[in-house]
Design a protein around this ligand. Structure first.
Ligand code: ATP
Ligand code: MG
Ligand code: MG
Length: 555
């Protein structure tokens, strides 16, 4: 499907190849996450784009951790990100790379800039520096430290590196243009002092390079040919190119910016997702309500569905908001084709089939999929079964058109089994039905009932004696507002308090209890569900609802 969808980066690469700038196999891309949180659905788009392009051209894609901010980074995130990329079905070229692998080289490049009179150590406080920088419509003022000699700058930089100065007391800046209308060129920061241990380099460094002073050079060192980032970096491109022009780099990568993926009803910012986790609004980064790759996986979205969705989106030079319904529809299409069918009762009501012998059990056969060849399973039928309470009504005057389920005195078909009729009902003290006494019509498994008997509809069921009790977690959208983080108010005010319901008295057919963790099913008439990756076991089955059978939000 990918090739029918607009992708301007692919067009650029094709043109570069046609112009003889490089061969198809020489295409090198990279996916450069900062390990400061778990990846989300927006990152999935970037992964599919970068790895997908490398794959389709027969080139390579690197996984590189942009780890220049030790205070916010952690090995836990490094590990989770590697797991996500692999789970999505991609493999990076060679070893994983880290920006921190290149810290010695960056330091040498900083010295090179100083030697060329293109960088200086600045002692302005952050507040003063911002005042000197001015604003876009008005030129800034040069820092009083701008004309320091190369010798003095080299000495100060070395002493910064040796830990002689406090955090925030000095920075290394490029000497570019304090009057540039592009604020990024007003002597941007190259190095700042951070007395923090780093997850890769430990305590070796106490100065760390900025994003701008590292990204293009990392690309150059790795031979990246097409460096793809999101639109907010368009204004950084002149700076990206300035470093490549002024440093002795081994290659000249080019940066291209595309529109980030935004989904309605969804927050895609690691910082905000981290707040949801830290403030216990969700159970963790992999909570099925989270738009993280870990969360979507646990929710039962397949890697294939996520890839299909990302591949269906244009890669364009403008931002836009994609409807979550479009994503859910891709997930539903994938599950419809690939998920076996099974039966589960979420809100049980007991039926006793009085003309079926006690202790008798027939193992009926049921197809696992209506269209795909997925074989069949055994479906035990017994005297006592459960149906969903919403599939029964005592009011026998309900029209057949309106209520195609079981009513007192009428017939219904049990999916894959007999036609039955409800005869009488027992109630609890609150007047709710507790048991419905029924009779079955002989010889109706896979056969039409005799003349005159017309079942109202088909309902699902589970044997009470052969079925297994299960916990089912039903999920809904995490936010009630279509743009939870675009308003004045805190995005947390839009949380949906009912986004998780735990049903702990569900009944599932026995074949489901032995399902492997992460196996997905369509529970007939209910939706798609997945055996929980961590909590599910045959003796205590736990399923997560992935998505309903149809889009209930746009009805
Ligand atoms: P966040 O703002 O969520 O922290 P980020 O851009 O800071 O995201 P990085 O770890 O730096 O996170 O991102 C790695 C790559 O993923 C970058 O190339 C970035 O452009 C891309 N990316 C991040 N968010 C999105 C998104 N919503 N859509 C497309 N690509 C994205
Ligand atoms: Mg970033
Ligand atoms: Mg970020």
């Amino acid at each position: 499907p990918e090739s029918h969808v607009t992708n301007f980066v692919r067009d650029v690469i094709e043109a570069d190849i046609a112009a003889g700038k490089l061969t198809s196999e020489q295409v090198v891309t990279r996916f450069p996450p900062e390990p400061n949180g778990y990846l989300h659905v927006g990152h999935a788009k970037s992964i599919c784009l970068n790895f997908g392009l490398a794959q389709s051209f027969g080139g390579q894609c690197n996984l590189r951790f942009d780890d220049t901010n030790p205070g916010k980074e952690d090995q836990e995130y490094v590990d989770a990100i590697m797991e996500d990329v692999r789970w999505l079905g991609f493999q990076w070229a060679g070893e994983v790379r880290y920006a921190s692998d290149y810290f010695d080289q960056f330091y040498a490049w900083a010295q090179e800039l100083i030697g060329k009179g293109l960088a200086y150590v600045c002692d302005l406080s952050p507040e003063q520096a911002s005042e000197y920088r001015g604003w876009a419509t008005q030129p800034g003022k040069p820092s009083p430290f701008r004309e320091r000699s190369a010798e003095e700058n080299l000495d100060l930089l070395e002493r910064m590196k040796n830990g002689e100065f406090d955090e925030g007391s000095r920075v290394l800046r490029a000497k570019i243009d304090m009057a540039s209308p592009n604020m990024n060129l007003r002597d941007p920061i190259l190095y700042r002092i951070r007395k923090q241990s780093h997850h890769q380099t430990g305590d070796k460094w106490c100065i760390y390079p900025s994003y701008d002073f590292s990204h293009g050079q990392e690309d150059a060192l790795e031979g990246v040919t097409h460096s793809i980032c999101t639109l907010e970096f368009a204004d950084h491109r002149p700076l990206y190119e300035w470093f490549l022009e002024n440093l002795s780099v081994p290659a000249k990568p080019r940066q291209y910016e595309f529109g980030r993926l935004n989904l309605d009803y969804t927050v895609t910012s690691k910082r905000k997702l981290k707040r949801l986790v830290d403030e216990n609004h969700v159970a963790g980064w992999d909570d099925p309500r989270m738009p993280t790759i870990h969360g979507m996986r646990r929710r039962g979205f397949s890697a294939r569905a996520i890839r299909n969705f990302c591949g269906s989106l244009p890669v364009a030079k403008s931002d836009g908001v994609v409807s979550i319904a479009q994503f859910e529809s891709a997930v539903r299409d994938d599950l419809d084709k690939h998920a076996p069918r099974a039966m589960a009762v979420l809100n049980p009501l007991k039926l006793v089939i009085e003309n079926y012998a006690e202790g008798k059990q027939e193992n009926l056969k049921a197809a696992n999929h209506p269209k795909e060849d997925m074989g069949e399973r055994e479906l035990p039928f017994t005297r006592e079964i459960y149906i969903d309470a919403s599939d029964f009504n005592e009011d026998s005057s309900l029209s057949r058109k309106k209520f195609k389920r079981l009513v007192l005195g009428d017939y219904v078909r049990l999916r894959g089994a007999y036609v039955i009729k409800a005869n009488r009902v027992e109630h609890n003290a609150a007047g709710e039905p507790t048991t419905v006494f029924c009779e079955l019509v002989e010889n109706t498994v896979g056969e039409d009932p005799p003349e005159g008997i017309k079942p109202r509809g088909v309902i699902h069921w589970v044997s009470a004696s052969a079925g297994v009790k299960a916990t089912i977690r039903v999920y809904d959208r995490l936010f009630l507002n279509a743009s939870p983080d675009k308003g004045e108010e805190d995005f947390l005010t839009h949380i949906n308090p009912d986004a998780l319901k735990i049903l702990d008295n569900c009944w599932i057919e026995p074949s489901l209890a032995t399902a492997a963790p992460e196996a997905s099913f369509q529970f007939e008439r209910e939706g798609y569900f997945v055996a929980d990756r961590f909590d599910h076991s045959a003796s205590a089955p736990v399923f997560n609802m992935t998505i309903g059978l149809r889009d209930s939000w746009s009805d």
